[in-house]
Design a protein around this ligand. Structure first.
Ligand SMILES: NC(=O)c1ccc[n+]([C@@H]2O[C@H](COP(=O)([O-])OP(=O)(O)OC[C@H]3O[C@@H](n4cnc5c(N)ncnc54)[C@H](O)[C@@H]3O)[C@@H](O)[C@H]2O)c1
Length: 359
């Protein structure tokens, strides 16, 4: 186990993408569990998916002491610099990004703007945070399992070579890791990248399969199961992701000097995944059962009539499977929420948010 070298109590933490699924959950956890913490959240509240869900998440956060929200875009350098100048965050968690693999085929510009220029602005602001003596103690940022592309070897390890992205989204996430490495090396900024694996849960992202399938089934439409169901996904429950981020935030990679007298980059990279890939058809069965149990769909719903097995989509990969041994070794933590339990929480949230089919 690594020692925690950052005490988050009383610190100012910047969370980008604070109205997002993972960002809002992280902010909520920090505000409820860390003494005297100040959380500054930034988000441009874009309409990639239903903004009401983002507003709902924010409403809960804005009721918490210690939370400040800024509506702004991280691709706007002036806005990012002004935020750093005013709040001087000691820990930065960059979660703002244009997410989604399929959307990157039709909207590549959004990925370049948020994921590349936006991340560059965050790195530059971290770099210049040292100009006045203090500075960012740890930059944690979201990468993605998508960087593994069509990796044949499973489970996916952060030691695997990942130079063959199969989507622009994946290419931007891999670029983030490279950019962070360069900034860690050049400016001694401690940074940790986290490759998340298919994150799901209550108030999650409507563009993701578990949520999109539910919306379609509720409105009587047909769901499409890609690669004829021969896909496996390492579904990771939101609370496990947040627990992983919180632990990682507390340990900044140490600044060291190498044999050549030059700084060894204080740089780390971890997978956070469930390490238990589920077959897509089993996932759909669990989702159906839990939607009926929560009253989102009636018991006599004809699921067979509302599903279609279709070929693989461009940018998709057949399997994702996280090797989480380094996370366990360094932080004593491994995601463990079962898909059944996690989907149950989602279905219950969905029933509460959108209503049930029960009269
Ligand atoms: N959810 C997953 O399964 C998953 C898997 C792997 C990686 N990730 C990564 O984790 C991070 C969080 O993902 P999420 O699922 O919470 O997505 P999300 O879309 O719910 O959250 C991202 C938030 O960032 C905001 N945003 C986007 N571009 C911005 C910009 N330029 N300036 C300011 N705000 C901006 C969006 O409005 C959104 O609220 C992302 O970097 C994503 O790529 C997520």
């Amino acid at each position: 186990m690594l020692d925690y070298n950052i005490d988050l109590s009383g610190k100012t933490i910047l969370v980008t993408g604070a109205a997002g699924f993972i960002g809002s959950s992280l902010c909520a956890r920090l505000l409820s569990s860390v003494n005297g913490v100040k959380v500054v959240g930034i988000d441009n509240i874009n309409d990639y998916y239903d903004v009401r869900i983002k507003e709902e998440r924010l409403k809960k956060l804005e009721a918490c002491t210690g939370f400040t929200f800024i509506r702004g875009d991280i691709s706007d350098k002036c806005a990012v610099d002004a935020l750093f100048a005013e709040y001087r965050p000691q820990v930065v968690v960059n979660l703002a990004a244009q997410a989604g693999v399929r959307y990157s085929i039709s909207n590549p510009g959004a990925y370049v703007s948020s994921n590349l220029i936006g991340f560059y602005n965050i790195l530059e602001a971290c770099r210049h945070s040292y100009d006045n003596g203090d500075g960012v103690e740890h930059l944690v940022y979201a990468s993605s399992s998508s960087v593994y592309g069509s990796n044949k070897k499973v489970p996916y390890s952060t030691d695997d070579k990942v130079d063959n992205p199969v989507s622009l989204y994946a290419a931007t996430k891999k670029s983030n890791e490279l950019m962070a490495h360069a900034y860690s090396k050049l400016y001694d900024i401690p940074s940790t990248g986290l490759r998340f694996f298919t994150v799901y849960g209550p108030a999650g992202r409507p563009d993701m399969a578990y949520f999109g399938f539910t919306d379609k089934l509720v409105s009587g439409k047909t769901i499409q199961i890609f690669n004829y169901g021969h896909c496996k996904r390492d579904f990771t429950y939101i609370d496990d992701i947040v627990e992983g981020i919180c632990r990682v935030m507390r340990h900044a990679p140490e600044r060291k000097t190498g044999d050549d007298g030059l700084p060894v980059p204080p740089y780390s990279l971890y997978n956070i995944g469930n390490s238990h890939p589920e077959n897509l058809l089993d996932f759909v069965t669990i989702l159906q059962e839990e939607l009926v149990r929560a009253g989102v769909l009636p018991e006599d719903y004809d699921f067979d009539a509302h599903r279609q097995l279709v070929p693989m989509q461009a940018g998709d990969v057949p399997v994702t499977y996280a090797d989480t041994a380094p996370l366990e070794r360094d932080f004593g933590f491994k995601p463990s929420t079962s898909l059944r339990d996690g989907i149950r929480h989602f279905a219950e949230w969905y029933a509460g948010y959108y209503g049930t089919c029960r009269k």
